[in-house]
Unconditional design. Structure first.
Length: 317
């Protein structure tokens, strides 16, 4: 509703394709419907795998059937959004069949307490969205659709690499939370193992992205996206930084109960990004936006490391 109001009353946003936005906005609806919190809480992530494979298979078939020309870009966007919507529908149907006792009306007091307890996490998520999504919006204000396309394509490849770690993080988070309560020493030992694995994965991805960026762009994007090569090189270290910050932040600060520190780190990082992105985009275009994202992720990782050192929680050994 807020975006539609801005779209209708702000002429500077008239470049936004409202039909494309509506098609992609289905992703939001799908994310709301999908109860990933429940499957994560009961540590039954295999249900998510089955549901996602089923919904993504339908999406891929729909893309091949209905997307034939460049003019079908709205259909392509709707098909991609279909993945999240179908996942949400399938998941809810599964819960209704197997866990129908879940669907109860909570009291207003319970809802209020839940919002209060989860406030720091909400702010953290909001901050992450702020510094990851703001760049491309600000970049468009100072450049054009072509440059935004180069940056968006490069960023999409980086996001796909980062996304590989998401299912693993979702699966091990409840286990680490449980171990922190039972035995903090065992939890730290496990986190160190995770950090080692994540760091190796992140470094390998950094090496591949930086060295083979030409080939990656040629195969995945095409020769017309040659300008995305330098952007991928700039952004190539981000999967490595995110892998480390994920362990330091999500798996350590949050599980040990330092939600406020975690939230403040992300808020400060979002503020740094917002301050930098305007001059960087204005003077250096898409390369400036890429450097801003890289610097922001570096700040996140560094502040989380320093915070853990101050809290006498030694993960990096």
């Amino acid at each position: 509703l807020l975006f539609l109001i801005i779209y209708l009353f702000t002429f500077s946003l008239n470049f936004i394709d409202i039909k494309l936005f509506a098609a992609l906005y289905l992703n939001v609806i799908g994310n709301i419907m999908f109860p990933i919190w429940f499957f994560q809480g009961i540590q039954k992530m295999e249900y998510i795998t089955v549901i996602n494979i089923l919904s993504r298979s339908i999406t891929v078939i729909a893309i091949f059937l209905f997307v034939c020309t460049p003019e079908d870009y709205i259909i392509a966007a709707a098909c991609q959004s279909l993945t999240n919507v179908l996942s949400g529908i399938f998941a809810l149907l599964f819960l209704i069949k197997k866990y129908n006792y879940l669907f109860l009306f909570p009291s207003i007091k319970y809802v209020a307490n839940t919002f209060i307890e989860g406030w720091e996490i909400f702010i953290s998520t909001l901050a992450i969205n702020a510094y990851t999504a703001t760049n491309i919006i600000v970049l468009r204000l100072f450049t054009n659709d072509v440059i935004v396309g180069y940056y968006g394509a490069a960023n999409k490849i980086i996001d796909s690499i980062k996304g590989i770690l998401n299912p693993i993080s979702l699966a091990i988070f409840p286990y680490i939370s449980q171990q922190v309560i039972i035995n903090k020493s065992n939890a730290i030992l496990f986190i160190r193992k995770v950090l080692k694995c994540y760091s190796i994965f992140g470094f390998i991805m950094f090496f591949i992205l930086f060295i083979f960026s030409d080939e990656i762009v040629s195969v995945l994007l095409g020769v017309q996206y040659e300008q995305s090569i330098i952007l991928i090189k700039i952004l190539s270290a981000i999967p490595f930084l995110v892998a480390i910050s994920n362990v330091l932040g999500t798996h350590t600060l949050l599980t040990f109960g330092y939600n406020r520190i975690y939230s403040r780190i992300l808020l400060v990082s979002a503020l740094i990004s917002i301050i930098l992105i305007i001059p960087m985009s204005y003077f250096f275009s898409d390369k400036g936006a890429a450097f801003t994202m890289l610097l922001t992720e570096f700040c996140v990782t560094l502040m989380m490391y320093v915070s853990l050192r101050k809290l006498d929680i030694h993960i990096m050994r």
